[in-house]
Write a protein that binds this ligand. Structure first.
Ligand code: F6P
Length: 319
């Protein structure tokens, strides 16, 4: 019997478990034995590989995190580790591997693919930062968490007539901040795509104050600036008493949204179907509302596109 395996890698994301479940169940549908690789590429190199049963994946469709564990293992760029991984897979007759993670994980997938293991990547990260796909598994759950948290902050901001500066995750991608900013009706967003313009930021918040708004929200992508410093600056120059909040890793947890579950399931099933036809070297991408496959190499060379229209929304709605 042919065998396939599944691993999760990089920062975990809600929906990874849903995808693991779908890989296992579709694997059985296509007549495969399915293995789980624990702790990402590190576990692959260290031979942390176990056969999975239906029982392993029962009642995980709605669980955050990843039952397989995840790890960052940049060392996998070295060929000696790749060859160890290939050895651990081939000794179990595993010919195909589903890798759920971000673009770093896909570089690992490409390396393994070039060593003869059929690999299919599933985009799994809360950052929505993978080129070639409009969406990554976990993004909408993290967005909901951010929105729920900012709504709560707004309650207290309103009571105290304050401005809230909120830092969200995203690494080098502003999608979480953009979508959260639109969802909560924020005064201003600062993302890698917009850059930071101090004068514009202060002017937007000040204009809110002058219009007697009882609260203001500024959403910032992590790594852009120190939100505590920005909060002080806003307080000194706009009239609002201001507080800064870093949402942090809370955005990575929680039960996956229905959309993340549907997409994780569809992408995982498609991945296994490709493996059943002996096709590898692909990643699953959402294009519009369709799940399609792209060559890993092609996808990694694509540029992540941003919606100018969506970016334009905020400016037009602050009146
Ligand atoms: O890639 C997901 C992500 O949560 C990013 O948004 C963030 O920059 C990074 O991971 C944090 O990584 P770590 O959990 O290793 O600190």
């Amino acid at each position: 019997m042919k065998s396939i395996a599944v691993l999760t890698s990089g920062g975990d994301a809600p929906g990874m478990n849903t995808a693991i479940r779908a890989v296992v169940r579709s694997g059985f549908h296509y007549g495969f034995e399915v293995y789980g690789v624990y702790n990402g590429f590190k576990g692959l190199v260290n031979d942390e590989i176990k056969k999975l049963t239906r029982e392993h994946v029962s009642r995980i469709i709605n669980r955050g995190g990843t039952i397989l564990g995840s790890a960052r293992f940049p060392e996998f760029i070295e060929e000696k580790y790749q060859l160890k991984a290939v050895k651990n897979l081939t000794k179990r007759n595993i010919h195909g591997l589903v890798i759920i993670g971000g673009d770093g994980s896909f570089r690992g997938a490409l390396a393994l693919h070039n060593h003869g293991i059929k690999c299919i990547g599933l985009p799994g990260t809360i950052d929505n930062d993978i080129p070639g796909t409009d969406y990554t598994i976990g993004f909408f759950t993290a967005l909901n968490t951010a929105v729920e948290s900012i709504d709560k902050l707004r309650d207290t901001s309103f009571s105290h007539q304050r401005c809230s500066v909120v830092e969200v995750m995203g690494r080098h991608c502003g999608d979480l901040a953009l979508y959260a900013g639109i969802s909560v009706g924020s005064e201003f967003i600062i993302t890698p795509e917009t850059g930071y313009d101090r004068e514009k930021t202060l002017a937007a918040v000040q204009s809110s104050y002058q219009r007697n708004k009882r609260h203001a929200v500024v959403v910032v992508t992590e790594k852009m600036l120190d939100v505590h410093v920005l909060a002080k600056d806003i307080e000194q120059h706009t009239g609002y008493e201001t507080r800064a909040t870093v949402l942090g890793h809370v955005q990575r947890g929680g039960t996956p949204s229905a959309f993340d579950r549907v997409m994780a399931t569809e992408m995982a099933e498609f991945a296994v179907e490709l493996l059943s036809r002996d096709v590898g070297g692909k990643i699953m991408c959402l294009s519009g509302l369709d799940v399609i496959d792209r060559d890993i190499e092609t996808a990694l060379k694509m540029k992540k596109t941003v919606s100018k229209k969506r970016y334009g929304l905020l400016g037009k709605l602050v009146t």
